[in-house]
Design a protein around this ligand. Structure first.
Ligand code: ARG
Length: 457
């Protein structure tokens, strides 16, 4: 046990099963660069504190550069005793420079190192995820701008509700993603705190990184600071339902899948779909189904690690070693999801005629009520009249737009020939010109909002 960093007080050998169970090198080697960066800073601090000489510091720095080189060339050889990345790097440093390597750990614990490495690693990871999320948002926004003319059904309760602009729907997801980006930014502030040099007292902070990382999934938003940018998003988002967190953003992609099925293949997936091994005609939206599935995985990582943290005594406990696989896997998953989603949004093809065929006059029943409201009828009554008109159409087995003015007049004398103006989908969407609405001007304002927002990122 003499070779172990902590071997001094031990006699006999560690049980090999325990040795394997204890080791984190298989996954924490991902932080090799952060670990070296942290050590280089630390040795400079040691020299300033008079704990190593100028010469020792230089030897350590040169040695660390050699370790760095090995890792970056993929030549670093992990040895059986290398418990974790901190142990491995220090072992190799000692092989390069001999005894002075032993001074690097003065006043430092691996607990400090792991906290530092995690923060350094995560800081970069957040930047990368943010970049990818911004690419996805910008792809959505530009697509929304180009296809602003296209109308499609807007859904509530999975039923066709009212005509909307396809762009309005795309932007509702861009808004949700922009909240995720802002959450990432908030977390970055908490991550980017240096714990090094605090000895074991730093560990209390350490927990916060993990809370920070995993809490980019939950940020209760009951403090109203601003107005929702998109009406569909405003009524449809429940991000504040705590643990539903970041994953909620991905589950939203089921909307696209639904479009694909319900609108008779309104949306064609090219590069991101796959076929059926049995049914030759099939084109499946596997990309989106996989994205949706990852929500469960990411949430599971989050819940699993929160469970590990629950009830832990303060300061470092080895339980905390469990942080890394949760962090890495979440990162890898989100990293892939964002790229695939960008691919889907940029390559999918919209079948505009099919989308328009999916619109039907009954989706204008609300507009029929508004038509009466404009003639002075209270909305409650107008709603009831429009409902009666729907009933007449249903019982005559005709479209709502096919009811004669005479029949409508049995419902309300306010109906007149001018009711024909209601049966126009373009006119319908253009009524919703308030901020956040689906009229061309409102959608354009949302696009402009995003272009400005993206530039400020
Ligand atoms: N591999 C450990 C981790 O990832 C490093 C800290 C070890 N500290 C200890 N006291 N055993 O958390």
């Amino acid at each position: 046990e003499g070779n172990k960093l902590w071997g001094g007080r031990f006699v006999g050998n560690t049980d090999p099963i325990m040795e394997k169970f204890n080791a984190s090198i298989a996954y924490d080697q991902r932080m090799w660069e952060a670990d070296i960066k942290g050590s280089k800073a630390y040795v400079k601090a040691l020299q300033k504190a008079g704990l190593v000489t100028q010469n020792e510091m230089e030897q350590i720095l040169t040695g660390l550069d050699k370790v760095f080189d090995e890792w970056s060339k993929g030549e670093f050889k992990i040895k059986p005793g290398d418990e974790d990345i901190h142990t491995a790097n220090e072992r190799r440093l000692k092989e390069f420079i001999g005894d002075p390597a032993g001074k690097l750990h003065t006043g430092r614990s691996r607990n400090d190192q792991v906290a530092t490495d995690m923060r350094l690693w995560l800081r970069d990871a957040i930047n990368t995820l943010k970049e990818l999320a911004l690419q996805l948002i910008s792809t959505m926004v530009e697509r929304a701008a180009v296809e602003i003319e296209i109308l499609c059904p807007g859904y509530t309760h999975m039923q066709r509700a009212q005509p909307i602009r396809w762009s309005h729907w795309i932007l509702s997801h861009a808004v949700a993603l922009s909240r995720d980006v802002e959450r990432l930014e908030d977390i970055r502030k908490h991550v980017n705190v240096m714990p090094l040099g605090r000895l074991f007292l730093c560990i209390y902070n350490f927990k916060r990184i993990l809370y920070g990382l995993l809490s980019f999934f939950h940020s209760p938003e009951l403090n109203f600071d601003s107005i929702s940018i998109n009406s569909m998003d405003a009524t449809g988002q429940r991000d504040f339902v705590g643990m539903y967190n970041h994953a909620a953003n991905f589950t939203r992609h089921q909307d696209t899948i639904r479009f694909c099925f319900v609108c008779v293949l309104c949306v064609y997936f090219c590069e991101n779909s796959t076929g059926s091994s049995l049914m030759p005609q099939k084109k499946n939206a596997d990309s989106l189904e996989l994205i949706r599935s990852k929500a469960g995985r990411v949430f599971g990582r989050c819940a699993g690690f929160l469970m590990t943290l629950k009830g832990l005594p303060s300061t470092y406990n080895k339980d905390l070693q469990e942080d890394k696989e949760a962090m890495f896997d979440t990162y890898d998953t989100v990293h892939a999801v964002l790229q695939v989603a960008t691919g889907v949004i940029s390559t999918l093809m919209v079948n505009q005629p099919a989308m328009e065929r999916a619109l039907s006059p009954d989706m204008l029943a609300t507009d029929l009520a508004y038509h009466l409201v404009r003639k002075g009828m209270p909305f409650r009554e107008a709603h009831s009249c429009a409902g009666k008109a729907v009933y007449i159409a249903e019982s005559k087995n005709i479209h709502l737009s096919q009811i004669t003015v005479e029949d409508l007049q049995t419902v309300s004398p306010l109906f007149d020939k001018d009711v024909s103006s209601v049966w126009d989908y373009n006119r319908s969407v253009e009524q919703y010109s308030a901020p956040g609405g689906t009229a061309r001007s409102s959608v354009t304002a949302q696009i402009e909002h995003f272009r400005t927002w993206l530039q400020a990122q």
